[in-house]
Ligand binder design. Sequence first.
Ligand code: CA
Ligand code: CA
Length: 299
Amino acid sequence: MLRIERGQRVFNFSPQNTPVAYASSGDTVVFETFDCYSNQITSENQVIKSRGWDYTNPATGPLYVHGAMPGDILKVEILHIGLDSQGAMRVGPGGGALGHVLEEQRTKIIPVSDGVAKFNHRLSLEVDPMIGVIGTAPKEGAIPTSTPGPHGGNMDCKRIGEGSVLYLPVNVPGALLAMGDVHALMGDGEVIICGIEIAAEITVKIQVLSGLSLPLPMVVSGDQIMTIASEETLDQASVTATEMMHQFIREALNMDPQEAGMLLSIVGNLHICQIVDPLLTVRMEFPLWILEQYGYLIP
Ligand code: CA
Ligand code: CA
């Protein structure tokens, strides 16, 4: 099985990045990933001052997928997320939604084993591994791995976890897939700018889909299908994610705008993914069983 070592990483998504590995549609690939601090935090005595976004969130890759051409869709099935034996969190004044009430910088090391994260001596939490940063290259330019967008990137969507399927755009030949920033556990919002940040080994199956129209990025997880939008405000991200899902169900269920809007208003659920990255991310979830009832098969 193809394996990409964590040292082979990028800090932006760009068509200029040189592929570090090559695969074909249908292949299974393991991405070894650093945590978002490049595995530099190993002790609670270590208080790392912010080094800016440019030095955080390494993404392993990029992987060139043979046959992936602009206009195609890259289907990424997340088969497994293997976690390292400890994660880290780092908080401090000025950081995230609570930065104004935090009094000091603090680093926490969180042991992780057998699916359990030991938060403190009283509290152990079941892990729910997810991928914070995953995306393909944009058509042009370089988007930092800190930033989410239509290409994916730092979406910090907790539904992008084991067993989920992510659909990403192919904007350049080969797609140039990269990923990192795994969290052992993260709440919606990621309010203090970190989950349990942890190195990982992510096993994915990749497939190139041609001739399809889907709102991207899109995720299938559990019993829901979801559209993901990242904008400068949560208000706008909410509207965009809703518009994306509306357009999708109009086509998938062959509904007019009114019917699809009413349906979305009663069974669609908006959730905040994160409120701490350079753009803010919202997802709209819609039940899979309704697609099935209409005979729509997810590609
Ligand atoms: Ca992140
Ligand atoms: Ca993170």
